[in-house]
Design a protein around this ligand. Structure first.
Ligand SMILES: [Zn+2]
Length: 466
């Protein structure tokens, strides 16, 4: 049975805000300890660090003295090899109260070239209101948000009625290869009414956001053939339908004059997110002077709610070794981003149909490898309403919904494994966090606000009745 929406109870704001302030210095110190453990789930790095970071997270969860169990578990990857250690902790709640799953990951991206860092990547360094270090934001601040907001709930609620599972994954940055198996083998321990994924960003330092739309994707490799062998471009040129010309015409047919995707059968959903001006877009994307953007809808709508097609590979003779030869066949790879509502299967079918029916000169199309990944569109349920109120109360500005043009595959995996659960994708990052890049940092006021907002969600959720 679902929960009906309730407005946020204002009584929790003052005590929660005071409590989070009292805990914040210790929370930042704990974040610093986590940053020191370089747990990287790529095979070329010392995997022992992942064991250490899982153990540290499990110890911290154990110290809350709250859970029925705190365990480190692993699941098999498709190769059969065991995945990285994940931490799972669970506390059963009242049957009438919601069960809430809190997700973050303890592994981090490799540091990259250390010369590009202004500080030691695995040493937390405070500069101004930012804590620098690899993983300081992505996603060790997500772990700190869960730990500290739980502490707030435990300390302030007269009785903790909600059930809570904390799941801290250990290989998100390496592609979550064992996650599908982990979701299967731990299904009942992970099952929840609400899943909070603290692994995304905010619109800006001062504007909080829920990430509510992720595009899906398909990619398709194909070969276009017009001749059974290469020919001299002078001897036969004129009547000769060479494959390169055919390919260029075919690729050009994928978009219209304005740059909108021209493939029939693709959806779009309207995302009422914040707007990015044409100027801001040109600046962040690095458009050269005089170069115009594609598409005729608003910039964020075009990036989050519309399909997008990109030619990401094309096999042609390189210019330096080119000769007077007409090509008999050409190979290309197309990446098609799909609106969050579209199934990858129908997107792939629409793309293939377009390629087959628009091949010029009667050229033959031969499909090769393809990849697919589903998108995600958040439900607008009780938790989203509560979260917007909690975020708006904790930041200086009201919260917005935002999308991500790329995919976060594990979110669609959660959505598929727990179709009845509401998922909130929240975050501690903002545009200057530089996750995955040198000089990653956590903006500490954002971390404090994220902890307060999540504390308010937990405290209000704790009063809900099924
Ligand atoms: Zn992350």
């Amino acid at each position: 049975m679902a929960f009906s929406s309730i407005p946020m109870n204002p009584k929790w704001f003052e005590p929660a805000s005071k409590f989070v302030d009292s805990q914040f210095p210790a929370a930042v110190a704990k974040l610093g300890q986590l940053v020191k453990i370089p747990g990287i789930a790529w095979p070329s790095f010392d995997q022992n660090n992942l064991e250490l970071s899982a153990k540290k997270v499990a110890d911290e969860l154990g110290q809350l003295d709250f859970f029925d169990f705190v365990e480190i578990r692993k699941a098999a990857k498709p190769s059969g090899e065991l995945g990285a250690p994940a931490v799972i902790a669970r506390k059963a709640g009242h049957k009438a109260a919601p069960h809430i799953l809190l997700y973050a990951h303890h592994d981090v991206q490799p540091p990259g070239d250390s010369a590009l860092w202004d500080t030691e990547p695995f040493e937390a360094t405070l500069r101004g209101d930012r804590l620098f270090g690899r993983g300081a934001s992505d996603d060790k601040s997500g772990i700190i948000t869960h730990l500290t907001s739980l502490k707030t709930l435990i300390s302030l609620a007269a009785e903790v009625r909600v059930g809570v599972t904390v799941f801290i994954e250990g290989e998100e940055e390496a592609g979550s290869e064992s996650l599908p198996e982990f979701l299967k083998t731990n299904h009942s321990d992970l099952a929840a009414d609400l899943i909070i994924v603290a692994d995304s960003g905010n619109w800006s330092e001062d504007v909080p956001a829920l990430t509510t739309a992720l595009r899906g994707m398909v990619s398709q490799t194909f070969t276009l053939k017009t001749l059974d062998h290469a020919l001299h471009s002078g001897m036969y040129g004129g009547p000769l339908p060479d494959a390169t010309t055919a390919m260029i015409r075919l690729l050009a047919s994928l978009t219209d004059e304005a740059g909108n995707v021209a493939i029939v059968g693709l959806d779009s959903v309207s995302v009422d997110g914040p707007e990015l001006s044409e100027k801001e877009f040109a600046l962040t994307a690095g458009l050269l002077p005089g170069v115009k953007r594609l598409g005729d809808k608003a910039v964020t709508q075009q990036m989050w709610g519309e399909p997008a097609v990109t030619i990401i590979g094309l096999d042609l003779p390189a210019v330096d070794v080119s000769s007077n030869t007409a090509q008999p066949w050409v190979r290309a790879k197309i990446s098609l981003r799909l609106s969050p509502s579209q199934s990858p299967e129908s997107g792939l079918e629409a793309l293939r149909k377009h390629l087959s029916s628009h091949a010029p000169f009667g050229a033959q199309v031969e499909f090769g490898r393809h990849e697919t990944g589903p998108g995600y569109l958040a439900k607008d349920g009780w938790a989203a309403k509560l979260a917007h109120e909690a975020f708006s109360a904790s930041w200086p500005n009201p919260s917005v919904n935002m999308g991500i043009g790329g995919s976060i595959p594990f979110i669609s995996q959660f959505a598929a494994a727990f179709p009845n659960a509401e998922i909130l994708v929240t975050g501690v990052e903002e545009p200057d966090s530089r996750a995955h890049s040198p000089n990653e940092s956590q903006h500490l006021p954002t971390l404090r606000r994220a902890i307060l907002a999540q504390s308010l969600i937990l405290l209000n959720g704790n009063d809900l009745e099924r």
